[in-house]
Design a protein around this ligand. Sequence first.
Ligand code: TXA
Ligand code: MG
Length: 322
Amino acid sequence: MSTHYSTHIGTDIAYAATLLQGGETVAIPTETVYGLAANALDEDAVTRIFVAKERPFYNPLIVHVPNVEAVRAIVAHIPQAALLLLERFSPGPLTVLLPKKPIVSDLVTAGLPDVAVRIPAHPVALALLRECGLPLAAPSANPFGYVSPTSAEHVLKMLAGRIPYVLDGGACDAGIESTIIGFPGGVPTVYRKGVITIAMVEAVVGPVARGSSAKPVAPGMLASHYSPHTPLIITEDVDESLQENLGKVVGLMTYNAFSELLAESRQILLCTNDDFATAARNLYAALHDMDTRGYELLIAKKLPQSGIGAAINDRLMRAALK
Ligand code: TXA
Ligand code: MG
């Protein structure tokens, strides 16, 4: 097993498929974030994902498939609510937790009875899934704990030398990870918020429960995650936080309007006019960018705590924890 690679970047889907069929990892574009993919049915290949990311084995992986038929091939049963959600939101940024068939290894699910499954909406991801004919396990393509990548360049910056190939599909459209929904006791339960909001899910299946990230049902929902190296604080009052940190070299991520208390060159506007889907699309690129500027502190303005705003705040809060 090679552990040091000369990492190539390109748009060759057939080459990516050949690598995956040969048990290698490939970074792939999805509509949410880039994933680090490998054959979900090959334990050695899946192990390579954990090694490249330095990801702990207790953290289970999402398996990507091209259609509902391919979901059926790896799960024992699809509850009615899950089927309704898959029909409404797939392909798309939705992950469902379903009872696994024995062919799915415990390495993928970290020993849990459910496997996380998703049908991504990115045309390159779908073309690759069809071409290679394999279910692909793929966590976000970042070193464990760091900010997720939303471009091929982000992946290359973080994983060069650790993987053979980055399949470039351009910038990710949604920008934050998929909404994760499980069905414990038959009750639809949201474990991770995303651009498919709780309101959108409830419009299809009725009231949902909220899975606490503190519970070990989703071992990967760790409190600290998505973290830049530079310390980050979240605030509702940007100007007050800037005043409190006058002695520091600060970068600000805000939305709608720049603060007048800081040079605009040190600020990134995630969106204007409360367009929070755009804020989600820009979030990780802003964090990657800000984290290379040598600032002593990053300040992020908290978004309104509903819909996509809540999903973004969730990432910011985890990014702020050390
Ligand atoms: O949008 C996404 O979901 C991206 C793209 C690449 O598809 N993937 C992604 O993977 O965000 P990752 O590994 O960074 O996050 C997967 C999350 C983890 O928090 C993990 O704990 C949870 O899914 N998960 C996976 N399998 C699970 C299972 N069987 N039960 C509970 N949680 C699970
Ligand atoms: Mg991740």
